[in-house]
Design a protein around this ligand. Structure first.
Ligand code: HSE
Length: 431
């Protein structure tokens, strides 16, 4: 029998308990041993009561769980960073294997956690940290291990994908859609982490660290969120160009230079990622041998996350049962491999620009002149007719250009008196 201690009895914890109970016989048949929930720990007694387990399994005393010599695996489900890091480190120091769904802690303390696990010959599994129930961690870590990963493009945050879908399809405003996402239980305790792209960047940090066998820290990922998105751009780009707006996590390996970013991006409505709606996530990976692969599924919500967590528990329990757990590191981890990061200014993309200008002779010539001086070439241009109001929008799409050049051009353009508000710049994913 393998004993586990669950720390954190929120939505995910409760679903983990339910699945382990419901699948008890199935698990015994599959791995040959029983998984016993020895402890469920939470500071909130009402959450503990909801677990519906015998009283002697419930505690608010973390130490009791970590110090229990019978516990084999600690399941960390409290979220956040520093407290959960302390729990994981403490548990490893007490010779416990770890399962966590916590992307923030892994993206920040990857080195600390995996070097200690390696030294202590213990395993840290984290399937639910990215894409909840989508088995992308194991697939990238093992199934694609012989591929050189050229790019990963992901919709990794259910909340923002839900908001953008509702803004696109149901004309909801940002706040209405966010409220609905919070009510459905997708959003983080602090939804700013969803909205500003941090949650997506935490997850991209994990995927990239697996793909490139070394820690790609959160801080090295360029981030923009979705709070400033104006429905005008979503509607216009959809109507005129068939583009759909998605918050994308993108990591690319370009001749051993790695670029990593998170920003709202237009994609063609024919791209497979364009069909990913609401709280669904998808991860589109290009490996040199496997080619294009797409993973798709529910990336948020209690049952989906619990599916990932319980699959880790079962894998680890099997390894413990057959005495192979921790014999080797779950993720390849080679600190000698330096990740050569490409700064955002050097990356290239096509761009969507919306200028707000006065409607007078020479405005378009001035804007296109400055773009051209900065080596930015225009692929499409449209100006709306003035309707009572003083300012008019001018929409421009560019050919592929360097981010540094486009930024320089927009800085000059936005300083002109003919420009009435800050120009909107969104990147377009090449199909
Ligand atoms: N807040 C996250 C999301 C939950 O919306 O995707 C899953 O990590």
């Amino acid at each position: 029998m393998i004993n586990i201690g669950i720390i954190g009895c929120g939505t995910v914890g409760l679903n983990v308990i339910k699945i382990l109970q419901k699948q008890r016989n199935n698990i015994i048949n599959k791995i040959g041993c029983n998984i016993n929930i020895k402890w469920v720990c939470d500071k909130d007694s009402s959450r503990l009561r909801a677990a519906n387990l015998p009283k002697e399994k419930l505690t608010d005393d973390l130490k009791k769980v970590i110090l229990d010599p019978e516990v084999d695996i600690i399941i960390e489900l409290i979220g956040g960073t520093d407290t959960s890091k302390n729990i994981i480190i403490d548990a490893l120091n007490h010779n416990k294997h770890i399962v966590t769904a916590n992307k923030a802690v892994l993206s920040k303390y990857w080195d600390k956690i995996f070097s200690l696990a390696l030294q202590k010959k213990l395993s840290v599994y984290f399937e639910a940290s990215v894409g909840a129930g989508i088995p992308v961690i194991q697939s990238l870590n093992e199934g694609l291990v012989t591929n050189r990963i050229q790019s990963i493009i992901g919709i990794l945050n259910g909340t923002t994908n839900f908001i953008l879908t509702k803004m696109t399809d149901e004309n909801m405003n940002f706040n209405q859609a966010l409220k609905l996402a919070q009510k459905s239980g997708f959003a983080e305790a602090n939804p700013a982490l969803d909205i500003n792209g941090s949650d997506t960047a935490h997850k991209l940090s994990i995927l990239a660290s697996i793909a490139y066998s070394n820690h790609l820290p959160f801080e090295n990922i360029y981030r923009e969120g979705i709070s400033n998105i104006n429905p005008i751009d979503i509607k216009y780009a959809k109507k005129e160009f068939g583009y759909v707006l998605k918050l994308l996590a993108i990591v690319k390996n370009d001749n051993n230079e790695i670029s990593a970013s998170v920003y709202p991006t237009f994609i063609s409505d024919e791209h497979p990622l364009a069909t990913v709606e609401n709280e669904y996530n998808a991860i589109y990976i290009h490996g040199d041998s496997a080619g294009d692969i797409m993973f798709y599924g529910k990336g948020a919500g209690g049952p989906a996350a619990a599916s990932g967590v319980t699959s880790d528990i079962v894998c680890l329990a099997r390894n413990i049962f057959y005495r192979t757990a921790g014999k080797f590191s779950y993720v390849s981890y080679n600190t000698k491999l330096n990740l050569n990061m490409k700064p955002i200014e050097k990356t290239e993309s096509k761009y969507y620009l919306r200028f707000t200008t006065v409607d007078k002779q020479g405005v378009l010539a001035k804007i296109s002149g400055i773009l051209s001086e900065n080596s930015v070439s225009i692929s499409a241009c449209f100006q709306e007719q003035r309707h009572k109001k003083q300012s008019v929008p001018i929409f421009i799409l560019t050919h592929k250009a360097k981010e540094g050049n486009i930024r320089k051009a927009l800085k000059t353009i936005d300083s002109l008196s003919i420009i009435k508000s800050k120009t909107v710049m969104l990147r377009i994913l090449e199909s």
